[in-house]
Design a protein around this ligand. Structure first.
Ligand code: SAM
Length: 215
């Protein structure tokens, strides 16, 4: 009797841990969505399907180069998790989000990954302080680009361009958007459009666009 009771308690503890792991990102997301809707720019965390397309696109684009992968607008850490699952070493990942609560959660969840609570406008300085002397090969951006104020948008685009150009034209930017009818909006900031892919399995469905930078 005692044995089966212990077994049952163990089972309950395990399943509540699993439930918390699944539910926690949604709680954090809802909190941030209520406090800063414009900056979050999404109704729920990115789906694993979207994260897979983002990570696979970045690997295909910058597979020959060495360097850091930046998870920009890391949010609840869905893309960070996928990068680790796809074999990117934690030391090569820098996750950046301006929300302190998101940054705290991602930092706790993924030891070894550099997690910075920073504005994307300060990308170059932030990366330099976390990983001095290292180059960036890919930026995977989940930033709600369209809903950022115009000046912030330009500053962020210039910052991404600055860190990627250090790779001499080999670096790439992967950005997703829910506005799939507006093709390659970052071309306006000098990025070179390379490929786009529609991802149906996300709420809402999204388009993933890949850019490189001029040498
Ligand atoms: C669409 S949500 C994140 C999606 C993420 N892939 C997830 O599933 O949780 C966009 C994220 O960008 C962050 N963000 C918005 N503006 C930012 C800025 N200027 N600098 C850094 N992060 C920013 C928000 O805090 C939010 O976490």
């Amino acid at each position: 009797m005692m044995k089966s009771c212990k077994h049952f308690m163990g089972y309950m503890a395990d399943s509540s841990k699993t439930t918390m792991r699944v539910v926690q990102p949604y709680i954090g997301f809802a909190y941030n969505l209520l406090t800063s809707p414009r900056e979050v720019g999404a109704v729920c965390p990115s789906s694993p399907a979207l994260a897979s397309v983002l990570v696979d696109a970045s690997k295909a684009c910058a597979f020959k180069t060495d360097g850091l992968v930046i998870d920009l607008g890391a949010g609840s850490g869905v893309v960070t998790r996928k990068l680790l699952e796809r074999g990117v070493p934690p030391r090569s990942i820098v996750a950046i989000d301006r929300s302190p609560s998101f940054a705290r959660v991602v930092g706790k969840r993924f030891p070894g990954v550099a997690v910075l609570c920073e504005d994307a406008k300060n990308l170059a300085a932030a990366v330099k302080s976390a990983r001095p002397g290292e180059r960036v090969k890919t930026v995977i951006s989940s930033l709600p680009f369209r809903s950022l104020p115009g000046q912030t948008r330009k500053a962020v685009a210039d910052g991404i361009m600055g860190v990627l150009r250090q790779q001499g034209g080999c670096g790439c930017l992967v950005q997703f958007s829910y506005f799939w009818w507006d093709q390659y909006p970052l071309a306006r900031y000098g990025f070179i459009p390379r490929s786009r892919r529609f991802v149906f399995w996300n709420v809402p469905p999204a388009v993933v666009e890949v850019y490189t930078v001029p040498e």
